[in-house]
Design a protein around this ligand. Structure first.
Ligand code: AMP
Length: 406
């Protein structure tokens, strides 16, 4: 165990704070947010759970400490201790949950009924939902009596019409097994669509937007009058755009072909498409866009090819999503790549010039993570960078779903 943190004087005027939890298989990310002021008071991470786990945090205080072989529950108890030591409390806990299926079209309070429904949907995201459930159960132990809310990656896209969410496969597979497109990154698409509208001095209801969330995972969405009408990810987060290690769209016959010709198993191919494809697979060197751009700059042809395929497929998808909107007011770039990578935004806008999107190189150079805003000379339509804040969406939804205890 590390040294105790220095107690700070809590701000007596502080609003009700929400603890946002994003639980992974061996890590927990957390953020203590003030949704009324849209600010993060403290954020951190417990990593390497079950082995030599470390808890680190930054914000009103910054430090880290060893937490031994803490599991999820023990790590959350360490977070409780940390908040206590810092003189902080939370009035609710918000959980990021990956898949809510068709059952959850919005965020909801954790209770027996919602937990039962969530457990019934585990099969839709076998890698993510069980660990999200584990996180909720651990938080119930660590924060007894504090209301908890689940916020889904999928629920923003529940507004998609049938024409966008149905796969052209036998309809019974949808009727009987709910096999359909769901879409992900909903909290990010929702946040940047609302924030983009705010920056433009409009309400989301007035706008037709394509939002491009480009991080390690990438997806784009068509957001018409504030609701999602289409998106690039599907039943799972493998469909759609080229990503760090995920392929995005490939021929559905690829599995069969690779099994027949190379003797690969279904699991081999699925693993390859998720972990060894995308930017990493094409370049053979990295899944990190920053590194690939540097390599390409220094003459690495495979790195340049990976970046070009990424940009080409992204531009093609953005253009396709405009069909769902019927009109385009703005394209919004967000996520690690969208906010930081000027050359990617430049290339995508070049490919989309036929839509009337014309890059302003000076604006593109100044608008990024440090300074969000418009990056095109054109205003109608325009392209802009908006910094995403998925944790703030979770904090706001949690605050909105807290039971009225008055
Ligand atoms: P995220 O998942 O949103 O954290 O985004 C991760 C991706 O953002 C990785 O591919 C990083 O290479 C990329 N990224 C972060 N900073 C930069 C940068 N300055 N230039 C290009 N890509 C970046």
């Amino acid at each position: 165990m590390g040294k105790p943190v220095e107690a700070i004087q809590p701000d007596t005027d502080m609003n009700a704070l929400i603890l946002v939890i994003n639980c992974g298989s061996s890590s927990i990310k957390f953020s203590l947010a003030d949704p009324a002021e849209s600010r993060h008071v403290l954020s951190g991470m417990a990593e390497n759970l079950g082995q030599e786990a470390v808890l680190s945090w930054k914000g009103i205080a910054k430090d880290s400490r060893d937490i031994g072989d803490a599991d999820h529950t023990a790590a959350l108890l360490e977070v409780v201790n940390l908040l206590h030591e810092l003189g902080l409390t939370c009035s609710g806990v918000g959980h990021r949950v990956v898949h809510g299926g068709e059952h959850f079209s919005g965020s909801c309070l954790v209770d027996e009924e919602s937990m039962e429904a969530l457990r019934a949907h585990q099969h839709l995201a076998p890698l993510h939902n069980p660990v999200n459930i584990l996180g909720i159960e651990a938080a119930q132990e660590a924060f007894p009596g504090i209301p908890q809310v689940m916020v889904f990656d999928t629920s923003f896209h529940q507004s998609m019409p049938e024409r966008a969410y149905l796969y052209p496969i036998p309809y019974e597979l949808y009727e009987e097994h709910r096999i359909r497109r769901y879409g992900f990154h909903g909290t990010s698409h929702r946040y940047v669509a609302a924030e983009g509208a705010r920056l433009l001095g409009k309400s989301p209801e007035e706008l037709c937007l394509v939002t491009a969330h480009l991080g390690n995972g990438c997806s784009a969405a068509a957001v018409k009058h504030g609701v999602s009408v289409d998106t690039t990810m599907g039943l799972t987060p493998l469909e759609g755009l080229v990503m760090g290690t995920r392929s995005g769209d490939v021929d559905p016959s690829l599995h069969q072909y690779l099994c027949d010709t190379l003797g690969m198993t279904l699991a081999d191919v699925t693993g390859m498409l998720n972990k060894k494809s995308g930017l990493l697979g094409l370049s053979g060197s990295s899944n990190d866009m920053r590194q690939l751009l540097e390599l390409a700059e220094n003459g690495d042809k495979r790195a340049a090819l990976a970046v070009e395929v990424f940009c080409y497929r992204l531009a093609k998808s953005i253009a396709g999503l405009v069909v769902g909107l019927g009109h385009l007011d703005a394209v919004i770039f967000t996520g690690g790549i969208g906010e930081n990578s000027l050359p990617v935004r430049k290339r995508v806008l070049q490919l989309l010039e036929f839509l009337g999107l014309k890059e302003d190189p000076d604006l593109n150079a100044v608008h990024g993570r440090e300074h969000q805003g418009r990056i095109t000379a054109s205003e109608n339509p325009l392209a802009m960078v908006v910094n995403t804040d998925e944790e703030m969406v979770i904090a706001r939804d949690t605050a909105a779903n807290l039971p009225d205890l008055s």
